[in-house]
Every structure is written in C-alpha cells, then in structure tokens.
Design a protein around this ligand. Structure first.
Ligand code: IMP
Ligand code: MG
Length: 178
C-alpha cells in the first residue's frame, strides 16, 4: 500500500480494510445485544455511509429495517455550513427504535440540525452510529452511541468517503498528506 492521488491531493493508508471489518463486527455485536427484541430502523445518511451501512447490515443478525436519506454540507475538504436534504425520509418513524448510520461526525452540524427533525416525529428511541469521529473538530456536541474510530482532524477518503466526488471506491481509509 502506498501514497495515492485524488484530484490535487495525496493520501496515505490510514485504516485498513481488516481493521474496518473488525470494528464493524464489534459494533454489530453491540447492536445485537441492545436491539435484540426491538426491530430497529436504521437510517443511513447518503452518500458517505453507503458502504459502512451495507457492511454493517450484512453482519447484523437480528431483525432490522433500513432506509436511506441524503444530506450534504460539504464542498471539497471543508464543511460549507449549510445542510441540504436532497432525498428525504419516506418512512414513518413514530414509535420505532431508530439508529442513524453516519460515515463520519466532523463538526457535528449535520447531526445537530437533523436530530430535532427526527425527535419531532416521536421515535421510541434515537441513537447514532458513526464509523469515524473527529472529536477535535466537533463544534456541536453530539453523543455518538456506537462509534468506530476516533481520529484526529485530518481529511480522509475511502470506504464511502469522498474528496469532491472521488475516492469512495477505495477499500481502506486514507488520510491526506499535508
Ligand atoms: P459535519 O456536519 O461537519 O459533522 O460533517 C459531516 C459530513 O461531512 C460527513 O457525513 C461527511 O460526509 C463529511 N465529512 C466530514 N469529514 C470528512 C472527511 O474527512 N472526508 C470526507 N468527508 C467528510
Ligand atoms: Mg456524509
């Protein structure tokens, strides 16, 4: 594994496919323990979480539902600050045990704006599951109930995460070379 280029930036290997798979199994075990009798509804946030959501859902051995919404706040490597919902929620979450699946919590703004919209619809419970978290970039405190890896505030690509549209199909997570 070596340095790769995506658009104008260089990235180096950071979290291997094997580490990701191991962490997903751990998260799935915790979800199976907590949601055994609850038939949770997973809401995966497109685009970034599609690969994580898919791999997590495949190893989850309890009855569960999944649906997808599309939120975006990013331009290039910086959060643009405005949250756009381009595909909304088409299921009734009233009385359901909802788990949001995110690729990464960065500033926390996306979740900070989106959570109240969901609470408004009275789910039985609402938890967050994120593969990555950048604690030092967080401006809106968010409780991440199921967190894969806490990472420093460096831009990463791969495993669903992009840099201006590219890099999502890389199997591992790479971090920018400054
Ligand atoms: P937040 O609203 O600042 O927490 O940003 C969350 C969204 O920004 C994530 O769902 C990602 O789509 C995107 N994002 C944040 N950090 C990165 C990164 O390092 N690489 C790629 N996308 C990122
Ligand atoms: Mg995202």
């Amino acid at each position: 594994m070596s340095v790769i280029q995506v658009h104008d930036k260089l990235f180096k290997p950071y979290i291997s496919a094997r580490q990701i798979a191991g962490k997903i199994k751990e998260i799935a075990n915790n979800l199976e323990r907590d949601y055994a009798e609850k038939t949770p509804l997973f809401i995966a946030i497109l685009n970034g979480s599609f690969m994580f959501a898919s791999d997590l859902f495949k190893v989850l051995n309890i009855p569960a539902e999944i649906c997808f919404i599309k939120l975006a706040s990013y331009k290039g490597t910086k959060s643009s600050g405005t949250l756009i919902t381009s595909i909304g929620l088409d299921v009734d979450i009233f009385g359901k045990h909802v788990v949001i699946i995110e690729d990464i919590i960065d500033t926390g703004k996306t979740m900070h704006e989106f959570l109240p919209q969901l609470f408004h619809q009275h789910p039985a419970s609402l938890k967050i599951c994120a593969l990555l978290h950048k604690p030092s970039a967080t401006q809106f405190p968010i409780t991440i109930d199921y967190c894969g890896f806490s990472i420093p505030d460096n831009f990463v690509v791969g495993y669903g995460l992009d840099y201006d549209g590219l890099g999502r199909n890389i199997k591992e997570i790479y971090k920018v070379v400054d």
